[in-house]
Write a protein that binds this ligand. Structure first.
Ligand SMILES: C[S@@+](CC[C@H](N)C(=O)[O-])C[C@H]1O[C@@H](n2cnc3c(N)ncnc32)[C@H](O)[C@@H]1O
Length: 226
């Protein structure tokens, strides 16, 4: 993984991220609304939550709002993303903890009831994802749930190409430079198919593994630790 390249990109784009990302990712807000709906806990449960690759804290904020007794660790390697996260989520006070690190190499703690991760894990290759899924499984409590939204490939190279072309049209239609973003994607991102990621989640021990939503090369999927 080109960790330094990825980190540099997010250090640079942090200040524009929140406005830009829905113009790059189709159904961005619908994906995160679904993630919140899929969380099976009562609203007053005292949850320990990890937001992996939290960025500016968009998912963390939604979890903290929906679960007023939850505490969230926002874990990310980009200092500027975490600075924006701290500013945007200051109203949540000590319920939010920021932790800077590389989730492929560093410790992100344990005892989690809920792990969410948005658009971050695709920066790891297949072997890296499998190792991370194992680490996530070990970081979670029994009864815990993992919910991931990410960029994925199609089930075949032809489908991947078709999805990528439609994705570029979406970016262009939003007035953004699809060629530049697509080039960065080719250089920095290492998406895997939903089908293989679901197998990897089951292989490390997750149950109730499934793809909850999909549109072209974007998916929401995850599993439960029983
Ligand atoms: C596209 S942003 C996603 C932000 C937010 N989760 C969302 O759903 O919009 C990806 C974030 O993942 C972080 N990231 C990527 N690889 C990482 C790694 N190995 N360790 C920690 N953070 C990582 C980046 O720094 C960036 O802030």
């Amino acid at each position: 993984m080109k960790v330094d390249t990825v980190r540099a990109r997010f250090e640079q784009t942090a200040f524009d991220y929140d406005g830009l990302i829905p113009r790059l990712i189709p159904y961005y807000r619908e994906q995160q609304d679904l993630i919140i709906q899929l969380i099976p806990f009562a609203s007053n449960d005292r949850l320990k939550v990890l937001d992996l690759g939290a960025g500016t804290g968009i998912l963390s904020a939604l979890v903290l709002q929906a679960f007023p007794q939850a505490n969230v660790t926002a874990f990310d390697m980009a200092e500027n993303m975490l600075k924006i996260c701290q500013t945007n989520l200051s109203a949540f006070g000590p319920r939010l903890t920021l932790q800077q690190g590389n989730f492929a190499a560093d410790d992100f703690g344990g005892g989690y009831d809920l792990v969410v991760s948005g658009l971050a894990i695709h920066h790891l290759d297949g072997a890296g994802k499998q190792q991370l899924f194992h680490k996530l499984f070990n970081s979670m409590n029994s009864g815990g749930i993992l919910l991931i939204r990410d960029i994925v490939t199609g089930a075949t190279p032809k489908l991947t190409k078709q999805y990528e072309q439609l994705w570029r049209e979406y970016i262009k239609g939003c007035g953004e430079d699809d060629a530049a973003y697509f080039q960065a994607y080719l250089e920095e991102d290492i998406p895997s198919s939903v089908e293989e990621q679901i197998q990897w989640l089951a292989a490390v021990g997750f149950s109730e593994v499934g793809c909850h939503w999909r549109y072209l090369n974007f998916a929401v999927f995850g599993g439960v630790k029983q």
